[in-house]
Design a protein around this ligand. Structure first.
Ligand code: COA
Length: 139
């Protein structure tokens, strides 16, 4: 049984260790704004979802990650569904996410959650592979 809830300040250390793509200040900011969801199994954190707002209004799933030993047990789906439900309740009509072109597995996972490909971008000096963007209409 997986439980999903917003992260709180007590989760800061765990998030800092498990979300190395952002710095401590960003982790704090996302906790304060409710932009982290955590999945727990038997009280242990097994994964997280972090989002932000493109244009300040379209929810963009920056990162979803489940601990390697806990994958394919439904935690990722539970996180995504909880986020989607929260966004729908806010009146959101479109969700966004993205993935590197050569990351085939995450792309498949996004597609099975209802996302469709919407284009790609290059980020010179930051990432060699193109980033593919996905959108999902929810309203
Ligand atoms: C992608 C990820 C979040 C999925 O989480 P998860 O908890 O393993 O996924 P779930 O158990 O909820 O999977 C639900 C379904 O998707 C399938 N699935 C899981 N991972 C998959 C993958 N990488 N590719 C395709 N299908 C996948 C499962 O088999 C399952 O199908 P089933 O219900 O028919 O058995 C997880 O694999 C992960 O953390 N990957 C590394 C980080 C990453 O790539 N993040 C995404 C880009 S930001």
């Amino acid at each position: 049984m997986v439980e999903v809830a917003k992260a709180s300040p007590e989760d800061f250390d765990w998030l800092l260790r498990h979300d190395p793509h952002v710095d401590a200040q960003w982790v704090l900011r996302c906790i304060e704004l409710g932009e982290y969801l955590l999945a727990r199994r038997e009280g242990e954190v097994v994964g997280f979802l972090r989002f932000s707002l493109f244009w300040g209004r379209i929810p963009y799933m920056d990162m979803i990650k489940v601990e390697p030993g806990c994958r394919r047990l439904g935690a990722g789906t539970a996180l995504f569904r909880a986020w989607e439900d929260q966004m729908r309740a806010r009146g959101v009509r479109l969700l966004m996410t993205s993935s590197e072109l050569d990351e085939f597995e995450p792309q498949e996972w996004h597609r099975r959650n209802g996302f469709v490909e919407a284009g790609s971008l290059t980020f010179p000096g930051i990432q060699s592979a193109r980033e593919i963007f996905f959108v999902k209409q929810i309203g």
